[in-house]
Design a protein around this ligand. Structure first.
Ligand code: SF4
Ligand code: SF4
Length: 147
């Protein structure tokens, strides 16, 4: 048999519970730990291992990449597109190097696979762009972050 607990008039109006809830809110508002930051003036420090914006490393202004095609081969999202070319001072180089970041899952396998230490993932996490074709070779050569 269901026994109903008896409630007094205050409990029926939920006043005590409302006051208790308000007290908790006020306590957290006035003395609680702040978890928000004043972005963009303040920025979060991410781990050293954070994998963000890709970039291509260059030595003396020439990209380290030799268009060996290892990174597009291992990429699980198939989002790296390279067009290889040849030039006298280098056996092969990427004429085109594009990453479709909308498909990328930032697994870091391209970085792991690269024998030339050419493709890297930086700690840059602000990756919004105004142009769709922004993630091309020229753009990737300019990015670096603090890695
Ligand atoms: S981080 Fe992973 S998904 Fe993104 S381009 Fe590299 S291999 Fe592909
Ligand atoms: S694995 Fe490295 S060298 Fe090979 S195509 Fe990718 S970035 Fe270039």
């Amino acid at each position: 048999m269901l026994v109903k607990a008896k409630k007094n008039a205050l409990q029926n109006l939920y006043i005590v519970e409302i006051v208790k809830g308000l007290a908790i809110t006020m306590k957290n508002m006035l003395f609680g730990k702040t978890v928000t930051i004043q972005y963009p003036e303040e920025r979060r420090q991410y781990s050293e291992r954070y994998r963000g914006q890709h970039y291509i490393k260059a030595t003396n202004g020439v990209e380290n990449c030799t268009a060996c095609m290892l990174c597009p081969t291992v990429c699980p999202a198939e989002c790296i597109h390279i067009e290889a070319g040849e030039r006298p001072d280098k056996e092969k180089y990427p004429v085109k190097f594009e990453i479709d970041v909308l498909r990328c899952c930032f697994c870091g396998m391209c970085e792991e696979a690269c024998p030339k230490d050419a493709i890297k993932l930086s700690n840059i996490y602000e990756m919004s762009q105004q142009q769709r074709e922004a993630y091309d070779k020229g753009f990737l050569l300019e990015q670096r972050g603090n890695k």
